[in-house]
Design a protein around this ligand. Structure first.
Ligand code: MN
Length: 441
């Protein structure tokens, strides 16, 4: 393995959470719905049905491109990509070939920058279901997903390890979620990962003479495993003087291995040609500027600001910006605490990270209030609790004797007396400390 260098690129498909389909009015939210209930002549590919592009899907793809630093096309168009598969009713997928919406861009990772090759828009396919009907093993087709807007992001082959691939994928996932254009839920298949992998001898330039693509991986962990599995497989073959076959493979969870699916098509096999039913799209600078203005502060910028403005270390800031909701929660909590408490942003960050409040249920103001109370409890226990307990026990000899004789309620009575002098303190803490004192006298 030391003699080779991994050359890895990624293709990522992300389903957009628009209300309607890419080229029709069917609901784009297909997950868990009764099969074939959200379809129409357009997404079923019936003769004569005409596609009309979804404006929101186009804007969101441009928005993602801008967030990744891509150049947005002034003119872009859709193309037909032909292949035969039962989940593709038209016999072709409407995609983009030579004029994608976005080109270029870059995502920095701690291992080095990963350049974006292109970002384009297409439609999702239906879904095959394998089942047994009347004792026969059959394959059924559910077309609810057919025609759901799908963005494809293609990177350059800049990735040099499975760890880097994973970091890149997590960052992309976070950006997509920040933009609010997709749930990017890996388990539901709304973000699907396809690494392409090859090895070259260290010191060699140019791309290796082959690459292996692993299709439709649905978790970061599986992507990492599939890449490492392939890297080892290729190294073994290259050591034996063989060149791995250019092919498409799948990740088999049960076997913890990749399995061959088919040899890879070339672009020519798809017989791409311009979609004749959809005119080319033109974008003015004004349209792109308008979309740019809707982009929220992105994770990397937020991370920098949190470390700079709040004096947080990189690790804590990373945890807080994991989701936009958590980051907002932290900022709101800091705002509430400022002037009313002497908690520093660092204190608040620690509390949020350690206590993991339910940010949907506990408002930031309430959280700061609980933090304040808890801090006072700690102060009381340190300084005064033992002193007050000693005093109460000395002044209430009868109650102490009753307790010793087995009268448990006496402890509650004594606790009430302690609590009257320390109203902010924690009931359980008083009772525990009181019992200890009683048992040791
Ligand atoms: Mn695609």
């Amino acid at each position: 393995m030391d003699t080779y260098e991994p050359i890895i690129g990624l293709e990522i498909h992300v389903e957009l959470k628009t209300k309607s389909g890419m080229f029709c009015g069917c609901p784009a939210d297909h997950f868990g719905k009764k099969p074939n209930t959200g379809t129409c002549p357009v997404c079923l590919g019936l003769p004569g049905a005409l596609p009309v592009p979804n404006k929101k899907a186009v804007e969101w793809t441009i928005m993602l491109g801008l967030a990744l630093g891509s150049t947005i096309a002034e003119v872009s168009k859709f193309d037909r990509k032909h292949y035969f598969y039962p989940d593709l009713p038209k016999g072709y997928q409407i995609s983009q070939y030579d004029q994608p919406l976005c080109r270029g861009g870059m995502v920095p990772t701690s291992f080095g920058d990963v350049r974006i090759h292109r970002v384009h828009l297409e439609e999702d396919t239906g879904k095959l279901q394998h089942a047994t009907v009347d004792g026969k093993r059959v394959t059924l087709v559910d077309f609810n997903r057919s025609g759901v807007p799908l963005v494809e992001i293609v990177t350059e082959a800049d990735i040099r390890s499975a760890e880097q691939a994973k970091e890149f994928l997590k960052k992309l996932h976070q950006i997509v979620r920040y933009l609010g254009i997709s749930d990017a839920d890996m388990e539901k298949g709304s973000m699907r990962l396809e690494p392409n992998i090859s090895l070259r001898k260290i010191g060699e330039k140019g791309l290796p003479p082959y690459k292996v693509e692993v299709k439709n991986i649905n978790s970061f962990r599986f992507a990492e495993r599939a890449i490492n599995y392939e890297l080892e497989r290729h190294a073994r073959m290259l050591d034996e003087g063989k060149i791995p076959l250019q092919e498409t493979r799948g990740w088999d969870e049960a076997k913890n291995a990749t399995v061959s699916q088919r040899t890879k098509e070339e672009a020519a096999d798809y017989r791409y040609f311009p979609e004749p039913d959809i005119p080319p799209m033109r974008f003015t600078q004004q349209m792109i500027t308008n979309i740019q203005s809707t982009i929220p502060e992105l994770p990397d910028a937020k991370l920098t600001r949190f470390t700079k403005d709040f004096g947080l270390n990189n690790q804590d800031a990373s945890l807080l910006i994991e989701s936009q909701e958590l980051a907002d929660y932290f900022e709101e909590a800091v705002k509430v605490a400022t002037g009313r408490t002497n908690f520093s942003p660092k204190d608040i960050a620690n509390w949020i990270i350690n206590r993991k409040p339910d940010i949907d249920a506990v408002m930031p103001a309430k959280f700061i209030e609980s933090m304040r109370e808890a801090k006072e409890v700690v102060a009381v226990s340190d300084k005064d609790l033992f002193a007050v307990i000693d005093k109460v026990l000395a002044e209430n000899a009868k109650a102490v004797a009753d307790y010793k004789a087995g009268k448990q309620q006496s402890a509650m009575f004594l606790m009430g007396l302690v609590r009257r002098q320390l109203p902010k303190s924690d009931t359980k803490l008083i009772l525990d400390t009181l019992r200890k004192s009683l048992d040791s006298t």
